[in-house]
Design a protein around this ligand. Structure first.
Ligand SMILES: Cc1cc2nc3c(=O)[nH]c(=O)nc-3n(C[C@H](O)[C@H](O)[C@H](O)COP(=O)(O)OP(=O)(O)OC[C@H]3O[C@@H](n4cnc5c(N)ncnc54)[C@H](O)[C@@H]3O)c2cc1C
Length: 381
């Protein structure tokens, strides 16, 4: 973003900090937690407030993996990379489950079903399940629809879960013990000295030894490095009123290659998200988090067709902005012209199941020069 000389004239106080995290979503909060584990001082700044971005607008699915099925991910990235990223995701999910258990965050260990809408998708998930089993990832291929709602087949992933995502971020942030400065947008980044980076925010000019950008979809607005690498992408959800006869799913359902997803909420409503496949042009490249009629229509039709037994009215509709990376995998690295500034972005709709583990690697890179492995942004250079 740009800021006028009237809004900020660079006379803000200068503050020296050890580690500055930009973005107080799930990833920024987890990064602050991992920094605090090293005993260092960490300050988090956000343009809005804690978890006001995608981290509390999502569906709350902890579904292990990336946005593509295992075998298509192998075709795209190679088997070693996919094995590594799935293991990283399992580690992330475990972190989230531990944070939730320690802080009484609502979590339903309900598992997930990856469901096939067509015979073609059924054939693909059968191959995916076989390859996952070969790589030691426990899951089961089911040739019959476990939900009895007209799906063609499914993969059962018993360790997956559904969570209350806002309370999760609150818990992680609380455990980090970090200082949060809200309503404090970053509008300029620079590094002219080897020993610190300069971060201009509305209230303060930080001189930070290390900076970590956890700004996901909004990253291209902060630094041109991200333009063309991170594509803001809108996602939308509907939620019904509480259902009279209780939950209809008791699982996280994920189908049509991840374009549709559905779960019960903790107070007995049905949540349905997705609908982007038919509206990609409308939903890509925007940071406008208003809902749109075409996507809402797809979600309502899905509710009627797949859940004809649910007659409760829709009570909530919302949208949020995801950060899709150009190749579908998270990006961890340092800004080439400002090496004291690192980043962990590009979660491509899977930040709940990848965010904590990726944040851990990003902090290790920033503070210890560790290589971030398969999620390294070097692959794009
Ligand atoms: C509708 C929807 C459903 C989803 N469902 C799931 C799901 O079920 N499971 C799953 O794993 N993932 C899901 N996702 C994706 C998931 O929510 C994201 O991957 C995850 O929240 C990313 O976390 P983050 O902390 O990187 O980003 P965000 O939560 O978006 O945080 C980025 C933060 O950066 C701040 N910021 C931006 N610019 C600046 C600036 N200039 N200065 C200071 N601060 C700034 C923002 O205010 C924001 O707080 C969904 C997303 C949406 C929108």
């Amino acid at each position: 973003m740009t800021v006028s000389i009237w809004q900020a004239d660079d006379s803000q106080e200068i503050r020296e900090v050890d580690v500055l995290v930009v973005g107080a979503g799930l990833v920024g909060s987890a990064a602050a937690y991992f920094v605090s584990q090293t005993g260092r001082e960490v300050v988090v700044t956000d343009a809005r407030d804690l978890a006001m971005g995608a981290s509390s607008r999502n569906a709350g699915f902890l579904i292990t993996g990336l946005d593509s099925y295992y075998q298509s991910a192998i075709d795209r990235y190679g088997r070693d990379v996919v094995r590594e990223v799935w293991n990283l995701s399992r580690r992330s999910v475990q972190y989230v489950q531990d944070f939730a258990a320690r802080n009484n965050v609502p979590l339903d260990q309900c598992g997930s079903y990856l469901l096939a809408e067509t015979d073609d998708e059924a054939r693909e998930i059968e191959v995916a399940a076989r390859l996952m089993n070969e790589d030691g990832i426990p899951c089961e291929f089911l040739s019959e629809d476990p939900l009895n709602r007209g799906y063609c087949a499914a993969i059962a992933q018993p360790w997956d879960a559904a969570i209350q995502p806002y309370k999760l971020v609150e818990a992680i942030f609380r455990e980090s013990g970090a200082e949060l400065i809200s309503n404090n947008e970053v509008y300029h980044l620079s590094q002219t000295d080897d020993t610190y980076a300069v971060v201009h925010t509305r209230k303060t000019i930080f001189h930070a030894q290390h900076v970590l950008l956890c700004t996901n979809a909004y990253s291209p607005q902060i630094d041109p490095y991200f333009v063309g690498k991170i594509i803001p992408t809108r996602a939308q959800v509907i939620v019904t009123a509480p259902l009279k006869n209780g939950p209809v799913l008791n699982t996280c359902g994920y189908s049509d290659y991840g374009y549709m997803y559905y779960r019960d909420t903790f107070d007995g409503r049905l949540l349905i998200g997705g609908g982007r496949k038919q509206n990609k042009a409308l939903e890509g490249g925007t940071t406008d988090d208003r809902i749109t009629d075409p996507v809402q229509q797809v979600l309502e039709n899905y509710l009627r067709e797949r859940f004809p037994d649910v007659d409760a009215p829709i009570e909530r509709r919302w949208a949020g902005i995801m950060g899709f990376s150009v190749d579908g995998m998270p990006l961890v690295g340092r800004l080439p012209d400002k090496p004291r500034i690192g980043f962990a972005v590009g979660f491509t709709g899977h930040g709940l199941s990848l965010g904590a583990g990726v944040a851990e690697r990003a902090v290790d890179m920033l503070l210890n020069d560790a290589h971030p492995g398969a999620v390294s942004a070097e692959r794009l250079h």
